[in-house]
Design a protein around this ligand. Structure first.
Ligand code: CA
Length: 368
């Protein structure tokens, strides 16, 4: 029996029972070094309401997993939006040590540094798998940590929304002109891009979007994707649902105050890193399955029209997107540095993704 077979079969089982049959004091009697972990309590604030589907619940599961895996040595108390700090104050509060960790999205912090918006995701940018590859293998993590270090923060990937939809419109969009003067709730880089297509982007708190759309105070709104959109009820008041390219896979973050992170032992840091990997992938998987279920439900309502934007709009958006990025590159040195790494990785990956996934998806098609 080779070593691998030994581990896969009886060897591991025998080993496990040997260990579980030994109490901690027996190990210590035998001089086995078991390092006692100091118990540590960490405060985590999110930008989502308590129990917010997928994003909020994912963070609670993460805290549970860390407690279990650390044998109770790490206790993370999770505070939903506005319970401990306002939703968009989590960055500053963690930076100054008022909380230990926050869960949010880098796209909220472009006011701090334009470059941070790249870490959150870029219109016509990387897919979820490409962006995680960039963070890990293309230098993205190093650049992210270099910039966050200035704010006394240590970021970890903390989820991905998967591809987001373009939004819900009260009228059909058939040509570029149809966007002219439309009031649309759309934040971030997507908002800046739509502004260049003639849209008047507005910012609204989540709780006001539905009513504004229902009353016609706004003409359109993007949110996330079928699963979360359906819960907002937009399909009842805006019947045209468009696929998107402003958020092809938005990154969520699990970011530590640096001192809180450094206070952890190496073992505790490893446990958190492993659990954050699980959080990161589970969130993407959950968005995939929940969006698919919700889309099936949306499709059952024949009053809803699901479509992609006309080619004329997409082509114009691509041109404007390049111009927008060129402007950012010219005015912000950090943006230029991060963009150089991001765009190099994207252009290398574009060919492979097209040859593999894109061709495969074209071949597979939507139906049997
Ligand atoms: Ca969105």
């Amino acid at each position: 029996m080779n070593r691998r077979d030994f581990i896969l079969t009886g060897g591991a089982v025998a080993g496990a029972s040997l260990i579980s049959g030994c109490s901690r004091s027996q190990f210590e009697d035998k001089g086995v070094n078991i390092k006692r972990q100091k118990k540590i309590k960490l405060k985590l604030a999110t930008s989502w309401p308590d129990n917010f589907p997928i994003m909020g619940t994912g963070v609670t599961e993460f805290a549970d997993r860390v407690r279990e895996a650390s044998g109770g040595s790490i206790e993370i108390e999770v505070y939903g939006k506005n319970r401990l700090v306002p939703a968009l104050a989590v960055f500053d509060t963690a930076s100054t040590g008022g909380i230990d960790i926050f869960h949010s999205g880098p796209y909220y912090w472009k006011g701090k540094s334009l470059a941070i918006s790249i870490f959150g995701g870029v219109p016509f940018g990387m897919t979820p798998i490409e962006s995680v590859s960039w963070f890990k293998n293309g230098g993205g993590y190093d650049l992210w940590r270099e910039i966050y270090d200035r704010y006394n923060l240590h970021p970890l990937l903390g989820g991905n929304t998967g591809p987001q939809m373009g939004g819900w419109f009260r009228k059909r969009i058939e040509k570029l002109d149809d966007l002219s003067g439309l009031k649309m709730r759309i934040p971030g880089l997507g908002g800046e891009l739509f502004a260049r297509l003639g849209v008047n982007p507005v910012l609204l708190p989540a709780g006001e979007i539905f009513t504004s759309l229902e009353r016609g105070t706004i003409d359109a709104s993007e949110w996330v994707g079928p699963a979360l959109d359906l819960k907002m009820g937009f399909h009842r008041v805006a019947k045209y649902y468009y696929s998107g390219w402003t958020e092809p896979g938005s990154i969520l973050e699990l970011t530590f105050n640096k001192m809180s992170w450094n206070r952890l032992s190496k073992e505790q840091q490893s446990i958190i890193e492993i659990a954050s990997e699980e959080l990161n992938s589970n969130m993407l998987y959950n968005f995939q399955s929940e969006n698919s279920l919700a889309l099936t439900q949306i499709k059952m309502d024949s009053s809803i029209e699901i479509n992609s934007f006309p080619k004329e709009i997409i082509e114009k958006a691509k041109v404007e997107n390049i111009k927008l990025i060129d402007e950012f590159v010219a005015k912000d040195r950090d943006f230029a540095k991060v963009w150089s790494s991001y765009s190099k990785f994207l252009s290398e990956n574009r060919s492979w993704t097209s040859l593999s996934s894109q061709n495969y998806l074209n071949a597979r098609g939507e139906s049997h």
